[in-house]
Ligand binder design. Structure first.
Ligand code: TXA
Ligand code: MG
Length: 312
């Protein structure tokens, strides 16, 4: 059921149930991160392999020390600059965090979301929320309550509606190699913003052979329709019932999704997943997507498009 009753959501979560919650990035499938049974239910509902760890969500930086053993100075700087917001930090965990949350890794992924409803909810609870994106494993992340309902509606008791997500791209995941930030997933905080604060960063390449950081699985965010990247416009002679995703150019095809008429990259990020879902629902022969400029959130948009095309 979709609704806006935050007290009901809190009561369900306190009793060990799952609730889909809005965040500024994407909707999350939330449960009590300290309750193994609730965490197990998250993996089950998402059909997610248990070697793919979860992010915990906390109300503010003040409670971070309850869950992590050590906060490197660089992490502290990033937290103060970008929390609340679309940044996830990988930090050494305290034993209070169940193995199931981190898939047995010694670091836990933590973030403070910015969405007002998420923050209000987290402030009402005395435990953190484990929350992966509220989509079946491997599919496109949800950016509205209706997206969650379409796929998980019959598997969870409640979807807390906070409107369309304002960033629309998952959080940037940052770990540390000494004082150097290491980007494990491009996302809602652009790499340039992290570099401006901390100097040079390392960017991990995607890999299908790195179960220690499965956020990096190459095929992900994938529509069911065959999905291709365009190099210089549509391949010559492309016909049929196809769809195109482009930044601002209108293509003469049966279904064209323009992400931002004025070419605004933030707007494009906000619209990307909904556009992918709309096209995927049409039963098309193929979807072709145009990469966007790499600046700002463009680099995260391109990352998702490349991964969506990795199946093809
Ligand atoms: O914006 C977001 O981050 C959203 C919202 C709901 O907060 N959440 C999200 O969660 O995108 P999820 O589970 O779909 O993606 C989290 C990624 C996973 O791919 C996982 O592999 C990686 O984070 N991850 C989580 N814990 C990790 C850890 N301890 N070490 C390495 N990677 C980790
Ligand atoms: Mg996800």
């Amino acid at each position: 059921m979709i609704g806006t009753d935050i007290l009901h959501a809190a009561a369900l979560l306190r009793s060990g149930k799952l609730v889909a919650i809005p965040t500024e990035t994407v909707y999350g499938l939330a449960g009590n991160a300290l309750d193994e049974a609730a965490v197990l239910e998250i993996y089950r509902v998402k059909a997610r392999p248990e070697f793919d760890p979860l992010i915990i969500h906390i109300p503010d930086v003040a409670v971070l020390t309850h869950y992590v053993a050590e906060i490197p100075a660089t992490a502290e700087r990033l937290a103060h600059a970008f929390w609340p917001g679309p940044l996830t930090l990988l930090l050494p965990r305290k034993p209070i965090i169940p193995d199931l949350v981190t898939s047995g890794l010694d670091h836990v992924a933590v973030r403070v979301p910015e969405h007002l409803i998420a923050r209000e909810l987290l402030q009402m609870l005395d435990f953190p929320l484990a929350a992966p994106s509220a989509n079946p494993f491997g599919y496109i992340s949800p950016t509205t309550a209706q997206h969650v309902e379409a796929q998980l509606g019959d598997k969870i008791p409640y979807i807390l509606d906070g409107g369309p997500c304002q960033v629309g791209m998952e959080s940037t995941i940052v770990g540390f190699d000494g004082a150097t930030p290491v980007i494990y997933r491009k996302g809602g905080i652009p790499i340039e913003a992290i570099e401006a604060l901390c100097g040079r960063v390392k960017v991990m390449p995607h890999s299908t052979s790195q179960p220690t950081a499965p956020g990096m699985l190459k095929s992900h965010y994938a529509p069911l329709t065959p999905f291709f990247l365009m190099k210089n416009g549509l391949p010559e002679g492309t016909r049929g019932n196809i769809g195109v995703i482009s930044l601002m150019r209108k293509y003469d095809v049966p279904h064209c999704e323009v992400l931002s008429e004025k070419g605004d990259i933030d707007e494009a990020a906000r619209h990307l997943f909904a556009a992918m879902r709309r096209l995927d629902a049409l039963g098309l022969e193929a979807i072709y997507a145009e990469l966007v400029p790499e600046t700002g959130l463009g680099s995260a948009i391109n990352d998702r498009l490349i991964r969506a095309a990795a199946n093809g």
